[in-house]
Design a protein around this ligand. Structure first.
Ligand SMILES: [Fe+2]
Length: 277
């Protein structure tokens, strides 16, 4: 097993993740033991909640944390990134965004947090701005966003998905830590083939599960071992190496998007995901 975790709050002392370097290294020890070999360090860069975080400091902190991990003999590779909140996505400049983008030069992408309050006009405007800058999008924990399936959330995301954006489901959602409705939404996204990858959204000290648990939860949710492998290993590895290629041609003539017929829509998006592997 060689899991690739694209969403983890491992860096110490910057947000609500690891409090200290010791906490970060302790979590890296857990990652190593459970087969997680690559980790994107996606600290919140949400300036309203974490005003002390500056994007400019994150790169050096990744280097310092990696140095400690190597000194401990742990085989965990860190990748600089960040978790972007949509109000900041509307304001940050290209230079700052590029410091938290992942993927190769010609296919850079950003981890954009889906708001808990639901997919609204401001979120769509923020996502569109990032797309105009040329970034692909990995949309974090859509299952935690109110009204994703019961309202028009998924429908509002459809143009982004058509343009190559991918959905990232959280391990803790599959676990049921955010309630039955969120767990149900996470399972439905996976079973419908709409999830592009699963990530831990790990917070050392409070949420310490890894993708190893995510793999087993996927099987319990009804995924095949092949799908669980793709969601926790193959797909996130491809995103790191190859990035997100935008502007896929439409698979069929555009029509009204009906979240109630998600299985049919999922086959379309699912086949696009498979085609990119
Ligand atoms: Fe997060």
């Amino acid at each position: 097993m060689s899991y690739v975790d694209l969403h983890c709050h491992l860096l110490p002392g910057v947000d609500d993740g690891a409090a200290t370097m010791e906490d970060a290294v302790a979590h890296a020890r857990r990652l190593h033991a459970e087969g997680v070999r690559d980790v994107a360090c996606t600290s919140h860069v949400k300036r309203a909640d974490f005003p002390g975080v500056t994007i400019e400091q994150l790169g050096a902190l990744v280097v310092a944390t990696q140095r400690e991990i190597v000194a401990e003999g742990l085989a965990v590779r860190l990748h600089p990134g960040g978790e972007l909140a949509h109000p900041d996505a509307l304001e940050l400049g290209h230079d700052q965004l590029d410091q938290i983008a992942l993927g190769p030069e010609n296919a850079r992408w950003l981890l954009l947090e889906c708001p808990f309050e639901g997919i609204d006009d401001a979120f769509v405007a923020a996502a569109d701005r990032l797309v105009r800058f040329g970034y692909g999008l990995l949309l974090a924990h859509p299952e935690r966003s109110a009204g994703l399936l019961g309202g028009d959330g998924l429908e509002r995301l459809e143009p982004l998905l058509r343009d190559g954006a991918l959905l990232q489901v959280n391990v803790c959602s599959l676990l049921g830590n955010h309630g039955l409705d969120v767990q149900d939404a996470a399972v439905r996204l996976v079973r419908a083939g709409l999830a592009g990858c699963v990530a831990s959204d790990g917070h050392p000290g409070t949420r310490e599960h890894t993708l190893q648990l995510g793999f087993h939860l996927l099987l319990r949710a009804g995924a095949s071992s092949g799908q669980a492998y793709r969601l926790t290993q193959a797909n996130p590895r491809l995103l790191l190496r190859n990035g997100i290629v935008r502007a896929l041609p439409p698979a069929e003539p555009a029509g009204a998007f009906d979240a109630a017929s998600m299985d049919v829509s999922a086959q379309r998006f699912g086949s696009e995901l498979l085609a990119r592997q």
